[in-house]
Design a protein around this ligand. Structure first.
Ligand SMILES: [Zn+2]
Length: 261
């Protein structure tokens, strides 16, 4: 096989009546071939690093399962927004990007692409949480053409869009999303309090530029429960879905606003 790039997995498409048709395909790309547009942060430089064939096969199985299963929330929410539109989503499997970057969405050769950095995964991790991560990243791909984005967003708009985009992706990708509100309510409060403080900080004219940048960075990076922007958004999406069903999320996406319900 070509050392740098191979096409390994051909996937079948299942026809769906009332939602977007999402077809995932996974290819291998060596980390040293990735340019800044594809990397989670610019400037990472990698040496050659072998992609573990067993992990690649485990990822291939997840992709197959995704293509043949239907996620009811994805169908309900994105059916009315995208109709039966077809999304062919490319997944790049790579290896050797440093922690904490295990999966992200970025551009590869001009196409919005999902990346799995397999050196940050064990086969057991892939089996346990890889499927949720696939759904999370697919949600970003589905949201991307729908969310209104200002060309020159201010700090508050940037935080709003993290809450919205990451919030819905975290909700849809959450493996136990139906019990989230019942079992993790205390986490929601903590995240909302931090979010409120962050908005106050971003609106404070005296707060130095680098402190504001740090507030924005922490909103969606770090360990799971510390990502206060993503976590607040996840619970907001869960609550909205509970109260209003898919219509609540559809309206949030249409207006690009995810306030606390
Ligand atoms: Zn995300």
């Amino acid at each position: 096989m070509d050392k740098h790039m191979g096409y390994n997995e051909g996937q079948s498409v299942k026809s769906r009546n009332d939602g977007p048709v999402i077809e995932l395909r996974v290819i291998e790309v060596a980390a040293e071939r990735l340019t800044d547009e594809s990397l989670p942060i610019a400037g990472i430089r990698m040496g050659p690093r072998q992609i573990d064939p067993r992990k690649f096969a485990a990822l291939g199985r997840l992709v197959e399962r995704f293509n043949s299963d239907e996620d009811p929330v994805i169908t309900e929410v994105f059916g009315p927004l995208h109709g039966g539109r077809k999304f062919s989503v490319q997944i790049v499997a790579t290896s050797g990007i440093p922690a904490p970057y295990d999966a992200w969405t970025a551009t590869y050769r001009g196409c919005l692409t999902m990346f799995f950095n397999l050196s940050e995964w064990t086969e057991a991790d892939l089996d346990r949480s890889g499927f949720g991560v696939l759904k999370h990243e697919v949600t970003h791909v589905l949201l991307e053409p729908l969310l209104r984005k200002s060309k020159t967003p201010d700090d508050v708009e940037l935080l709003d869009s993290i809450v919205m985009d990451e919030g819905i992706a975290h909700f849809i990708g959450c493996p136990d999303r139906s019990s989230l509100l019942k079992e993790k309510a205390a986490r929601w409060e903590t995240a909302e309090q931090e979010l409120e403080k962050a908005y106050a900080g971003l609106n404070d004219g005296r707060l130095p530029r680098e402190r504001k940048a740090a507030l924005l960075r922490r909103a969606n990076t770090g360990s799971f429960w510390d990502k206060y922007g993503s976590i607040s958004g996840m619970f907001r999406a869960a609550k909205l879905y509970k109260i209003k069903g898919a219509d609540g999320l559809i309206e949030a996406i249409r207006t690009s606003k995810l306030p606390r319900p």
